[in-house]
Design a protein around this ligand. Structure first.
Ligand code: SF4
Length: 499
């Protein structure tokens, strides 16, 4: 079997992977098509691995674990998508052990789309971990595997979306990528988009960080059916511009011509991505036959030397934010946050909570031993509930819409609550699903990370956002006083100190 790991370690190898999406059936047409595509891919020889999605859109689908193990029998390596949406940390670790046992060692660690509908309605969104913590857990498992004498360990990958067009989203997206790499990601796959400027931006950012982790760029074979929801922002993290959408619709309006255009567009973007320096492409949008993939790869071979001539087709000149162009345009003009509404209130809220935090929750401060003593004494007298009910709850409900998780993380998110403010409870940076600054789930609300960026940027503190690994919250603390938990080192920060 051609190993994905070997391909990643060969800097001269241009990697081609395929993303396949099982449906809500255990066998039948879509599963049969996946098997047939994989058999043909193995025979063709140009595909290094196939990746299999994990209930995309949060809707039930055949498990990538079982399908992947079948596909490996064709001699193709498999990348399993692994999301944090449906099981807690215990379930996730058990699944990882099962994958290790099955020999499925390539994992794409994702926070995951929000929960969709299953039997009887919408599923519980678990999100016990985010993708950074999941990566860290898998890396820990790697250490244990090595200790017990295993030579093959997990190859952990992560996703990033460069297709963000506001400064705040771009910044926090890239900072989160840094945390994923630090946590142990050894390859990166981008979200999909058709903007060469953004593809180039990601590589430039990584080079600036001194990060040489290989990146595969997503390349989606865009047809009329997929273009509609992507253009309407119904697929989280994916960007299809108005201009491209109109072009695709026009191409598919002529009978029998649509697929030819889709293949040509994919091949042209493919050679651009290779020319820009991507280590490979990750082809999606293949549902029926491997022939379309073979046609793209054949055409790429023909076009490869002329990749630069196709660049104008994929330069969107989007009015939004580009990390490097913007710096040139700005010419020293200070950044003005776009969030004008409620700016004064938001600023006061930030300054007030930051001050309160410095006064009462800084373990290096002179008063810290006193607060610890008080906390300990309240605990001994069984009186911590008085502090919680009379002071903490009213204060935190009023200022933070607190959900009493007992393990406070506001200091990591610009003094906003990651529990009530983010449907996926992210503490290490945003998911990839925001659109134009707004939350993937609550589309009328700004992403909590965008809000955090704006308020911190005003005070020159945006650099502090997502700068370090934040351990997962301690569920056993739910409903207890987060203040006392902090001073008695029971919360995630205390555990980190003890580790
Ligand atoms: S992080 Fe937890 S304790 Fe802090 S405000 Fe949010 S729910 Fe309350």
């Amino acid at each position: 079997m051609r190993s994905f790991n070997d391909a990643l370690s060969d800097p001269h190898k241009f990697i081609v992977t395929l993303e396949l999406v099982p449906g809500r059936e255990s066998s039948g047409r879509s599963i049969g098509a996946i098997h047939s595509i994989c058999r043909d891919a193995a025979e063709d020889g140009r595909i290094t691995a196939v990746s299999i999605t994990d209930s995309p859109g949060g809707n039930p689908a055949l498990s990538p674990d079982v399908l992947g193990s079948e596909i490996r029998s064709y001699g193709l390596d498999v990348i399993v998508h692994f999301t944090c949406r449906d099981t807690n940390r215990v379930g996730m670790e058990s699944r990882a052990l099962q994958l290790a046992h099955m020999g499925m060692k390539n994992i794409l660690a994702l926070t995951g789309d929000y929960s969709g509908k299953g039997f009887g309605g919408r599923g519980t969104p678990v999100f016990d971990f985010d993708s950074v913590v999941l990566t860290s857990m898998l890396n820990d498992l790697n250490r244990r595997l090595i200790k017990s004498g295993h030579s093959e360990i997990f190859q952990i990958g992560c996703a990033v979306s460069p297709f963000k067009y506001t400064e705040a989203e771009t910044w926090v997206q890239y900072k989160k990528l840094d945390r994923k790499i630090e946590a142990g990601s050894s390859f990166v796959i981008t979200q999909l988009g058709y903007d060469a400027g953004k593809y180039a931006e990601l590589l430039q950012y990584k080079a600036q960080q001194g990060d040489s982790t290989p990146v595969l760029a997503s390349l989606y074979v865009l047809d009329r059916r997929s273009a509609r929801p992507m253009h309407a922002n119904r697929i989280p993290g994916v960007h299809v511009s108005d201009k491209l959408y109109e072009k695709v619709m026009q191409e598919w309006s002529v009978e029998g011509e649509g697929m030819g255009h889709a293949i040509e567009r994919s091949a042209r973007l493919g050679v651009i991505l290779k020319g820009l320096g991507y280590r490979g492409i990750h082809i999606g949008g293949i549902h029926k036959s491997f022939d379309d993939v073979a046609a793209i790869l054949d055409r790429m071979e023909e076009l490869e030397d002329d990749w630069q001539q196709f660049l104008p087709e994929f330069c969107e000149n989007h009015e939004g934010f580009y990390l490097y162009e913007k710096k040139e345009k700005e010419n020293g003009t200070p950044f003005q946050p776009a969030q004008a509404n409620g700016r004064l209130i938001d600023n006061c809220h930030y300054l007030f909570l930051r001050k309160a935090h410095d006064l009462f929750f800084d373990k290096g401060a002179a008063m810290a031993p006193v607060y610890r003593k008080i906390s300990s004494s309240l605990e001994k007298k069984n009186m911590s509930w008085v502090l919680k009910r009379v002071v903490e709850d009213p204060f935190k409900k009023l200022f933070l819409s607190c959900e009493s998780c007992g393990d406070c993380g506001i200091q990591h998110v610009g003094f906003l609550c990651p529990e009530s403010g983010c449907p996926k409870h992210t503490r290490n940076g945003p998911c990839g699903g925001s659109n134009d600054g707004y939350c993937e789930v609550n589309q009328d609300r700004l992403c909590v990370w965008v809000r955090a960026y704006h308020r911190m940027k005003r005070h020159g503190e945006a650099e502090q956002l997502s700068q370090e690994f934040i351990p997962p919250r301690q569920w056993e603390l739910k409903g207890s006083s987060s203040w006392i938990n902090f001073h008695l080192d029971r919360d995630h920060q205390g555990r980190r100190k003890a580790a």
